[in-house]
Design a protein around this ligand. Structure first.
Ligand code: HEC
Length: 137
């Protein structure tokens, strides 16, 4: 009986690990590309260049690359008020797109590694989970 219990626990444990395993960086970027096309492309455009003065660029954005946590917070909670992106001032509003933490991690990994952008670390769901709202208040 004990053996059955052990096998049962190992199976459930194994399944849980598979289900909750973080994607590889490559898988996350691929998933992020689809999310980008559905939720971000209409403003930041396919090229990631945005529209000067209205929608800031993500491609080669100093704001994004130097404020990764704030960028996560902006996507998670929405972003409004003055920000400077590549020496241009924006004072617009980006509402939260209602993505869950895993989707935000995926889309972050995509925008951090597309259009010539490059970021060594992988953004994880757990990290997104911990990003507080006061970063963008
Ligand atoms: C309706 C238009 C719109 C959509 C859709 C949108 N954004 Fe934005 N985004 C903006 C605006 C406007 C700002 C600047 C807000 C400000 O001025 O405070 C911004 C700012 C940003 C910034 C920080 C500034 C920069 O350029 O580095 C990031 C990062 C960002 N958006 C990523 C995303 C991602 C990822 C998505 C999709 C999940 C998305 N945005 C969807 C309009 C949009």
């Amino acid at each position: 009986m004990k053996l059955f219990a052990l096998i049962y626990l190992l199976t459930i444990g194994g399944l849980t690990m598979v289900l909750f395993q973080e994607k590889t960086k490559k898988e996350s970027i691929e998933a992020g590309q689809e999310i980008y096309q559905d939720f971000c492309v209409q403003c930041h455009l396919n090229s990631g260049e945005g529209v000067s003065g209205v929608f800031p660029a993500l491609k080669a954005s100093d704001y994004l690359m130097n404020n990764v946590e704030k960028s996560v917070a902006g996507i998670k909670y929405g972003l409004r008020g003055k920000i400077t992106v590549n020496d241009e001032i924006y004072d617009g509003i980006m509402v939260s797109q209602g993505l869950d933490n895993e989707e935000i991690a995926d889309v972050m990994n995509y925008i951090l590694n597309e259009w010539g952008n490059s970021y060594t670390e992988q953004i994880t769901t757990e990290q997104v989970n911990k990003i507080p709202k006061n970063l963008v208040d």
